[in-house]
Design a protein around this ligand. Structure first.
Ligand SMILES: Cc1cc2nc3c(=O)[nH]c(=O)nc-3n(C[C@H](O)[C@H](O)[C@H](O)COP(=O)(O)OP(=O)(O)OC[C@H]3O[C@@H](n4cnc5c(N)ncnc54)[C@H](O)[C@@H]3O)c2cc1C
Length: 418
């Protein structure tokens, strides 16, 4: 490997999704030379629910990249409608303050990722499309050399920092010895697009179906008649229950008493696609010498809702801060970079701790199942009669309400006594 055949940079980012682009933008602004490897060609459409919640919207604004620009014409979302296996249970509406300040937004992922990749290039990053990271070939005190596959054969990339933002099956994590397979911290999810769905509004529809707990199904409007319809379930429950996601999606669309009426004239657009989501676990290792993991690669999605774009951008912000210090102190050891995990604890433990607890409740089996189900029924009943309570539940689910507030006496009294 002659030095002329090696692409040099300070930071090598693997993955051009929300985590990779955000990290690229932030580290380039800090003065680093950044290469981003993205295995897919331009215009790739990642499997997602296409919903940007309030936390993700806030972070996109905070990146100061001219979000949403003229390219990102998303649909503003102002509410959440919750259904059980039969009917509507609650309709929470959030403050409507015009399109610019919508509570949430839906936007196809090819548009979001394309926008972020462009902004990364504008910030000074070099983006290599169609280049797949394969592994680490050398690592010493000076840095790390990686090999990647391209159409023209293998290419080598050298950097002082390697940032793994290559999603839940992260090749970077594998190469750095950080890969952990834990079905409890993964969600398996499937989504399909449907045109001509009747009754779509500016609200996200969540369906809590007993046989899909601890998980849920969704109808997310992308326009007047186009919807992203999908469902997700924790991977261990999925495997134990022998749940076939694509079949469940078909059944949900055809058989749910409320939805099935609205899709009578609908056509599916393309085939449904499934993928996994890497959710937050406190025991996941995310740092090795010269290496940090972000986004789904580092397990930063919300364990309750599966929302991952927020965690991707937030973890990239944390990583960029640590990269800056590592360069300033010329220290890329595991001991130093482990500060990243500490730094992540503050925003993520707070945001996700109770989510992980609730997502782990025994809703499918075990002696506590009846108690948990009773609790869920109480929540549903209260939502029906109390719109403020319904807003609180929706705020809890989407992480907009500080989740520790469920331990407040008011919440408990209201939930238990109705
Ligand atoms: C069905 C479904 C619905 C979802 N709905 C939502 C939602 O509505 N809202 C939300 O916030 N989150 C949602 N999520 C989760 C969300 O999609 C992820 O959490 C988020 O995309 C994580 O961002 P990321 O940048 O870490 O990884 P990704 O978005 O997965 O990006 C990783 C990038 O790395 C590239 N890559 C992978 N391997 C390599 C390699 N070896 N070399 C080079 N490049 C590579 C990939 O092509 C990809 O572009 C959903 C997930 C699923 C599966």
């Amino acid at each position: 490997m002659g030095s002329s055949s090696v692409f040099d940079s300070d930071v090598l980012v693997v993955g051009g999704g929300p985590a990779g682009c955000s990290a690229g933008i932030l580290t380039a602004r800090q003065g680093c030379r950044v290469n981003i490897l993205e295995k897919n060609p331009q215009g790739h459409h990642k499997v997602c629910g296409d919903l940007l919640g309030p936390r993700a919207l806030y972070l996109l604004q905070a990146l100061q990249i001219g979000w949403p620009g003229s390219e990102c014409h998303g649909l503003p979302i102002q509410g959440i409608h919750v259904y059980d296996d039969k009917r509507l249970k609650s309709a929470a509406r959030f403050q409507s303050a015009g399109e610019e300040h919508a509570w949430g937004m839906t936007l196809r992922r090819d548009h979001l990722d394309g926008f972020l990749l462009e902004r990364a290039e504008e910030a000074g990053c070099t983006v290599f499309h169609g280049v797949r990271f394969k592994g680490i070939v050398e690592r010493d005190v000076r840095g790390i050399v990686c090999v990647a596959e391209t159409r023209q054969g293998d290419r080598f990339f050298r950097a002082r920092m390697l940032l793994g933002a290559d999603g839940v099956h992260s090749a970077t994590a594998r190469a750095a010895g950080l890969y952990q397979r834990n079905a409890k911290s993964r969600i398996l999810a499937v989504r399909g697009y449907f045109r001509n769905v009747a009754g779509l509004r500016d609200a996200v529809e969540l369906y809590f179906l007993p046989h899909l707990l601890p998980g849920y199904a969704w109808v997310i409007p992308l326009g007047e008649d186009l919807a992203n319809i999908g469902l997700g379930l924790r991977a261990d429950a999925c495997m134990q229950g022998g749940v076939h996601l694509a079949r469940e999606l078909e059944r949900f669309v055809k058989e749910h008493p409320h939805l099935s009426r609205r899709v009578q004239e609908a056509q599916s657009v393309g085939r449904p696609q499934a993928s996994a989501i890497g959710t937050y676990g406190q025991r996941i290792r995310r740092a090795a010498p010269h290496v940090l993991l972000m986004g789904d690669a580092g397990g930063f999605a919300d364990p309750l809702s599966g929302e991952g774009i927020f965690g991707a951008i937030q973890s990239a912000r944390m990583a960029a801060g640590v990269v800056k210090e590592a360069f300033a102190q010329d220290n890329f050891t595991e001991g130093f970079l482990a500060g990243y995990e500490e730094r992540c604890k503050k925003p993520f433990d707070g945001a996700y701790r109770y989510a992980a607890f609730l997502a782990g409740l025994p809703v499918r089996d075990g002696p506590w199942k009846p108690v948990v189900r009773w609790g869920l029924n109480q929540v549903e009943k209260n939502c029906l009669v109390d719109s403020q309570y319904a807003r609180m539940v929706a705020g809890f689910f989407t992480g907009m309400m500080a989740r520790k507030r469920i331990w407040s006496t008011r919440w408990f009294r209201r939930t238990l006594l109705g």
